[in-house]
Design a protein. Sequence first.
Length: 174
Amino acid sequence: MSKKNSFKQRLQYLIDDKKISQIDVSIALGVNESRVSEWLKGAVKTPRRTTLQKISDVFECDIDWLADGTGEPFPTAKETTAGNQPTTLSHQDESPSNKELVTMTAEILESDTEFKPALVANIRSYHSAMTMENDMKKVEEEMGDMKKRLERIETLLLSITKTLPEKRDKAANS
């Protein structure tokens, strides 16, 4: 299983193994989601060594396996270098509090990290999505009100159409 023929297959294997999304990968690597998509489509045969190193660090996989498929994807404890603490994509069981999230976000935005643009882009995207969701709720409420008004108008029209023949007959008989 360790031998995968192409970089895109090896990257897909890592994503599947960690059970994460392309968005999570792009955030962790500080690249656009479209870049990850290009890798997975095979538009880029193999990224630069510095990019491979970042991917290797994030997924805690062997860089040689990632680059050309040689060896095993995950080094054993004996093969791992001491003191190397890569960034991982594991999700904690508990969600951080809003205060912790604001603090972490502020730290990233105030830093010179390469992940800052990715965070900014994601904040904008999520804010836009939240705004659209709120707008949709307002539209749905307005649609509900309009439906109620339309039902009242239909009821009124039905009552008018029922009384018209009676009025016409009375007028004809007079």
